[in-house]
Unconditional design. Sequence first.
Length: 159
Amino acid sequence: MLAKNLDVSQGLVNGTRGVVVGFESEQKGLPKVRFLCGVTQVIRMEKWVFKGPSGVHLSRQQLPLKLAWAISIHKSQGMSLDCVEISLSHVFESGQAYVALSRARRLAGLRVLDFDPKVVRADPSVLQFYRQLRRHQLLTQDSLHTYSDADEKENVKCS
């Protein structure tokens, strides 16, 4: 999995997953990765240089890749995945099960382990918000119908 954006236009962004398919034959032996978006690319070292307050320079060099045979629900937010195996045994927040379950593109690509209906819950404040929204929409619809009915009656009188 990429650990930073490399080329947004090609879909090589933080969180993009792929498979190491080989290593560059040059002296550095950098990994060649085939990403799920279809792009195959040699991943180069990234270097960061920091200048400390006393003028000392520090540097760090690493490949922007992470081993990702498993990722957290939090890290998966916003992803659409073809194959997902989810354990719900450690869900601890409202909405977390929804985020995990909704990552799968198709039901056939979803496998759920440790299912417990008690962990599939919405935040009470979100439920309250939607109740208020529904009431507001009903009021708005009633107002539109009332306005529309009054308008039709006026048109009948004018004819």
